[in-house]
Every structure is written in C-alpha cells, then in structure tokens.
Unconditional design. Structure first.
Length: 282
C-alpha cells in the first residue's frame, strides 16, 4: 500500500511540475528555440517556410494530379487552407514524438550533473513545437482573410476542446517514448516508420467524409482511422476554423478526451517509475 501511495504521489508531482517549475520550463523553451532557430539566417521564419513549402507541394499534387476537392461542410475553402489546418497539428505531434526517442540522451549533461525535473523536457519540446504552430495558424488566418473566409463565431468556442487533448496525448506519449528510447537504442528508427505510416492514417489530406465512404467496403480500415486519437483532433480544428457546424459525434469527442487523459496519466506514471533509473541507462 505504501508503495502505491508513493507511486501515486510521485506521479502527481510530475503532473504539477510544469506549473510549479514554470521558470525552469520557460528556460528550457528558450534554449530549444535558440538551438532551433537562432543559429540560422532566417531564424523563426523557417517555422513558416518549411510547412508552407510542404503544404504547397501537397496542394499542387492533390489538386492537379488527383483533383482533390474540399468535402461538403467546408464551403468554398481553398484546398491549401484545408491542408494547413490538417498539417499543423500533425506537425506538432510528429515533431515532439520524433524527438522523444533521443530527448533524454540529448540532455545527458543536465540529467547527470543536476537535480532536475526531467519530465519538463517533453513539456518544453511540446511548447517549442506549439510556438511554431501558432505561426502557422496565423498564416492560416491570413490566407482566410485573403480569400474572404471568416470562421463561424460559435465554432471558436470549441477551440480548447481540441487543443487540450492534443497537449495531453502528445506529452503523455512523449514521456512513454522517451523512456523506451533510453532502454532500446533503435527506438528512433521504429518511431520514424510509425510516424510515416501515421501520416496516411491521419486526416491531413482527407476528411471524415472519406472515412465514411470506405466504411461499407472496408469497415476494419474505417475502424483504424477512427481509433487514431489525432483523427477527431484534426477534424475538430478544421471545424473550428472553416466548418459550418460540428460534425463529430459526442461518442468520438468522449473517446478523444478519454484516450488523451489516459495516455497522459499512464505516461506520467511510467516516467515517474523510470525516472530514478534514467541516469543509470545513459
């Protein structure tokens, strides 16, 4: 019983550390931003240039080669805005999880020489990715203004409903992957393959309507699409900015929150259990 209580107490301390150690967290975010942008000539402009170039390539490929069209419910929104709203949250997730497998190893000097809340590395990684994503969302708003598109005011109320699960799910999974990455050295290779596959199982290029279309012929594939926690998050963010009404059912929203909270809590528990042994593996 005492062990269970100590484990629960340790997990709570991990969950509270971003608030209690916010000065340390902000220092880590500044360090991440400096390492990522300060040494380059264009600096934080790369946060705009890289995703914009990728999305433009996808836009040209899908609109010209595959002649993709915006599904019903999004009006006359240009495909590039549709893509940006799918690509931006996916980019946050892949950037954080892609770094997670080597996150602790890359900060070995801090771990071995300082008494430090190691769990903040994943939180800082998410904050850095999110800052870049905010730049992307500003770009989306500029595009929408240029095309004369305005979001439905009532839909903006749903914005935290999809941002919060993205935060919880990504950080929780990052804690799990970072622990595995310390023990299994090939984790980064496996993660890279999974993230590549996940791109096609996540509605970056398509919407929930296409998932409904494959349901009659391939119900198992539709199930895999829907089981992806990023599926309702990305579709929800699209609804917030360019949708006319909420198209996701309450069951999907409950699943989104449930899996995100569960991943966050399990990730915190795993990281807390492994925390004291990290330095021995590095």
């Amino acid at each position: 019983m005492k062990r269970i209580i100590n484990s629960f107490s340790g997990m709570l301390s991990i969950l509270k550390s971003p608030f209690l150690k916010r000065n340390v967290l902000w220092a880590l975010v500044r360090k991440d931003l400096k390492d990522k942008y300060a040494s380059s000539f264009l600096g934080i402009l790369w946060a705009v240039i890289k995703p914009l170039v990728v999305v433009l390539i996808y836009d040209i490929f899908f609109t010209i080669v595959y002649q993709s069209r915006i599904p019903e419910g999004y009006g006359n929104t240009p495909y590039i805005i549709f893509l940006l709203l799918g690509f931006t949250p996916y980019q946050i997730f892949t950037e954080v999880i892609g770094r997670s497998s080597s996150l602790l190893q890359s900060n070995i000097s801090m771990i071995t020489k300082m008494v430090f809340p190691y769990e903040l590395f994943s939180v800082a990684s998410f904050a850095t990715a999110f800052i870049g994503a905010v730049v992307n969302f500003c770009m989306v708003i500029i595009f929408m203004a240029a095309y004369g598109i305005a979001p439905e005011l009532m839909n903006l109320v749903y914005l935290p409903v999809f941002i919060i699960p993205l935060i919880l799910f990504t950080i929780g999974l990052s804690w799990i992957v970072s622990c595995i990455g310390v023990i299994i050295k090939d984790t980064d290779q496996v993660v890279a393959i999974i993230l590549t596959l996940l791109l096609f199982l996540t509605p970056v290029f398509y919407s929930h309507q296409m998932v409904e279309m494959v349901q009659p012929s391939y119900p198992w594939l539709a199930f895999i699409f829907r089981a992806n926690p990023l599926y309702p998050i990305i579709e929800g963010l699209r609804v917030v900015f360019i949708g006319k009404e909420m198209v996701l059912s309450m069951n999907i929203l409950f699943y989104m929150f449930g899996i995100s909270i569960l991943t966050f809590l399990v990730g915190g528990m795993i990281f807390n259990t492994f925390k004291c042994e990290i330095a021995d593996y590095l």
